[in-house]
Design a protein around this ligand. Structure first.
Ligand code: AMP
Ligand code: ZN
Length: 141
């Protein structure tokens, strides 16, 4: 398997590394939505969000919070988006789990194009029931 992010972890490919710990690596996205667009990844290769063990996820999300705080302060952005794309349909292009931290500015002309739907009749409850039923068996977190 040739994974660009694994290559970055192993320092076989160059990247502008911002932070590194035992489990986590963070570096600048090479094609930023806005300058300072940052990626935070597990050093181990997991295909997507669902596959990441919860203890590893905890390390990454803590790093995301700290790095987002630094980006907010140092780049003086008006806001930021934290995004995970999962699967081709959702826009995932690199199959190594990663968070995006995207600095945002008023009028930066980046918009998610929304085509919002309306639930009809009982449909909202049907969707909720489908999801709820499975969560009952998951226990507490
Ligand atoms: P996604 O589309 O969510 O899978 O995001 C993958 C991101 O990785 C994209 O935003 C790419 O611009 C970025 N990317 C791909 N290759 C590199 C690289 N060599 N160094 C830094 N970022 C990269
Ligand atoms: Zn990988």
């Amino acid at each position: 398997m040739n994974c660009i992010f694994c290559n970055i972890v192993e320092h076989k490919a160059h990247s502008e590394i911002l932070y590194e710990s035992e489990n986590v690596l963070s570096f600048l996205d090479i094609n930023p939505v806005n300058f300072g667009h940052t990626l935070v990844i597990t050093k181990k290769h997991y295909g997507d969000f669902i596959s990441v063990p919860k203890n590893e996820l905890a390390h990454v999300i803590k790093a995301v919070q700290t790095i987002a705080g630094v980006i907010k302060t140092k780049l003086n952005c008006d806001g930021f988006n934290i995004v995970i794309n999962n699967g081709i349909a959702a826009g995932q292009t690199v199959k190594h789990f990663h968070f995006h931290i995207i600095p945002r500015f008023h009028n930066d002309d980046f918009r998610f194009k929304l085509n919002l739907k309306k639930y009809s009749d009982n449909l909202m409850k049907e969707y909720a029931d489908k999801i709820r039923a499975e969560l009952k068996f998951e226990g507490t977190f």
